[in-house]
Design a protein around this ligand. Structure first.
Ligand code: ADE
Length: 225
């Protein structure tokens, strides 16, 4: 899978891709991530990429022309399955979206900044808009990193143990059951007996019950879906 990230702050978003699972995915050749600095597509020598909004109002708006130039260049080189815009006024990322995107071949992720982008960018180029939550970040970069992490770890072969993504929270619309490791007893707090029993059918049953109870308590809306 190839991901092209368009941003005004490449330095802000690069580091999450240099560690752990995201790095391993790239080292294994399963994910290819490219960063494009929107300023390289600026209109003039002053690196102009944003301007005041028509009609007045605070905040600068990213202009359509540099974004068009960048997206058009990428599209001339290969076909894209999705051109995604990170913005708070969009449907919120969930596991189902991450699953779907992990099966794509090429995607572009456009990070917003300041007041956002000229609406015509959204109307003309964007195929999917994603928010990472109902709060406003300073730009789309952190959201793009969250999106890419959730997607890349699902690409087949990225996680060493194939089952570990399948048992993540949300994969079957349930939160994960609690997990424990050594020591079995710590300052009077004991690991549930059943996990030490070696009775694996019973352990599976206990985990399913716990997953259901946790979901009912913390995210009951998942059970309605
Ligand atoms: N840009 C600013 N806020 C955002 C959010 N909540 N999700 C995605 N992109 C954003």
């Amino acid at each position: 899978m190839r991901i092209d990230i368009i941003t005004v702050s490449p330095e802000l978003i690069k580091s999450p891709f240099e560690y752990s699972i995201l790095k391993r995915a790239q080292d294994k050749g399963l994910a290819e991530v490219h960063f494009h600095n929107l300023r390289d597509y600026a209109l003039n020598k002053y690196n102009k990429i944003d301007d005041y909004q028509f009609g007045g109002g605070a905040g600068m708006v990213l202009m359509i022309e540099p974004i068009d130039k960048c997206i058009s260049k990428l599209k001339s080189e290969r076909d894209y399955d999705e051109i995604i815009y990170m913005t708070p006024d969009a449907p919120i990322l969930n596991q189902s979206t991450a699953n779907t995107l992990s099966l794509k071949e090429n995607i572009i992720v456009l990070c917003g900044h300041y007041k956002g982008v000229d609406q015509r960018v959204r109307d003309l180029f964007i195929t999917k808009e994603i928010s990472i939550g109902d709060y406003v970040l300073s730009g789309g970069e952190l959201g793009a990193a969250v999106l890419c992490d959730s997607v890349i770890r699902l690409i087949p072969g990225v996680l060493g143990d194939e089952t570990s993504a399948l048992t993540d929270s949300f994969q079957d619309d349930l939160l994960s059951p609690p997990v424990y490791t050594r020591p079995a007893s710590y300052k009077g707090a004991d690991v549930p007996e059943i996990l030490l029993s070696g009775n694996f059918p019973k352990i599976d049953e206990w985990r399913s019950e716990q997953a259901y109870e946790r979901t009912k308590q913390i995210k009951p809306e998942l059970l309605d879906e």
